[in-house]
Write a protein that binds this ligand. Structure first.
Ligand code: PHE
Length: 339
């Protein structure tokens, strides 16, 4: 039995020394010291020994167990240290390496300027409203005083979905939706996409953006319209900007006007940018037609209002000197990264 014990001690030491990882060490622990292990198997034969031999062998067995346990602990220690060493080598950070610059996205120029316009109107007490892009004929035309046979329908090349439903050609239907749902006073802007069946070129696109504006209250006059829109132009282009109002016609406003801003490039002289005009058209506007108020259940004897529609693309093109509308929709990063 003594030789067996010595053999186990020597063999365990040798195998533990060769163990390559913690799993192997644990397997050896089970093999030698476990309940069904080799050392246990020998101890089970103790009963066969004589009374003198038993304590001697018992002590030796305990020594062997202690020795193996110590070897196991030692080998575990070594393997853990080696693993840590390895980890430190592979995870070493070279602080002299050049950094990786994260690629940041940019805001689209249309969004940049739209945010600016919203800020201007929010500052004047306007709320932001929205309406559907797929709209009823009623809201896009009928309620805006454009009946079925009205010639104004021809000028807005409409994408019809069926007789009743279309892609809105203007943001003006939001005026109706807001007035149907809210008693005056109303002060809102509504930016959004509009659609017209135009062929694509440098100044036309079947999809573009408008910002609708509407103010309804007691005693609103043309002076409020002019004051508000002049203030808007000054905030957008600076205090030096000059604007003018020209008479115009829209079925849903009366009287109606278009507002021009003096060309910032030539200051009214006439140049390539303003096509020799000296002025650039910025928006359409007018006093809300009494019929439109009536269509929304608002008494035109008690209330009056003004409305305006701004073309977003035109303002952004002016702002950044962009000469082709198509650039906005092509998602060319060489263009988009410039803003
Ligand atoms: N909806 C008009 C257009 O698309 C613009 C407009 C809006 C004019 C509000 C007057 C009042 O041309």
């Amino acid at each position: 039995m003594k030789t067996q014990l010595e053999q186990i001690r020597a063999q365990a030491a040798e195998e533990l020394h060769a163990a390559a990882d913690l799993k192997q060490v644990d397997d050896l622990r089970v093999r030698y010291l476990g309940k069904k292990g080799e050392l246990t198997a020998i101890l089970k034969q103790m009963g066969k020994l004589s009374a003198e031999e038993r304590p001697v062998m018992g002590q030796l067995a305990n020594e062997v167990r202690a020795a193996i346990e110590e070897k196991i602990a030692q080998r575990q220690q070594e393997l853990k240290a080696a693993a840590l060493e390895q980890q430190l080598i592979t995870e070493k950070i070279d602080v002299t390496m050049p950094g990786v610059k994260p690629a940041l996205g940019k805001q689209h120029p249309l969004s940049l300027v739209l945010d600016e316009l919203k800020e201007i109107f929010l500052g004047m007490g306007f709320e932001v409203a929205s309406g559907p892009e797929v709209e009823y004929d009623y809201y896009n035309f009928e309620a805006l005083n454009i009946p079925k046979d009205h010639p104004a329908r021809d000028t807005q090349d409409t994408f019809y979905i069926n007789d009743n439903i279309l892609l809105r050609t203007q943001t003006s239907p939001v005026q109706i939706r807001v007035m149907e749902n809210k008693k005056p006073p109303v002060r809102m802007i509504s930016p959004g996409r509009v659609y017209r069946s135009d062929a694509v070129d440098a100044t036309h696109s079947p999809l573009f953006h408008q910002i609708e504006g509407l103010v309804v209250d007691k005693g609103i006059t043309m002076a409020d319209l002019k004051g508000t829109l002049e203030m808007f132009a000054k905030k957008l282009y600076g205090d030096d900007i000059k604007v003018r109002f020209r008479p115009h016609h829209f079925p849903f406003t009366e009287p109606s006007a278009e507002m021009d801003a003096m060309c910032f490039a030539c200051h009214g002289e006439g140049c390539r940018l303003c096509k020799g005009e000296g002025w650039i058209e910025i928006l359409g506007a007018g006093m809300v037609h009494p019929k439109v108020l009536q269509n929304c259940g608002i008494d035109p004897e008690e209330y009056s209002g003004f409305a305006f529609g701004i073309g977003l693309e035109r303002i952004v093109m002016r702002r950044y000197n962009i000469d082709d509308l198509r650039l906005f929709y092509e998602n060319d990063l060489r263009f988009l990264n410039q803003f």
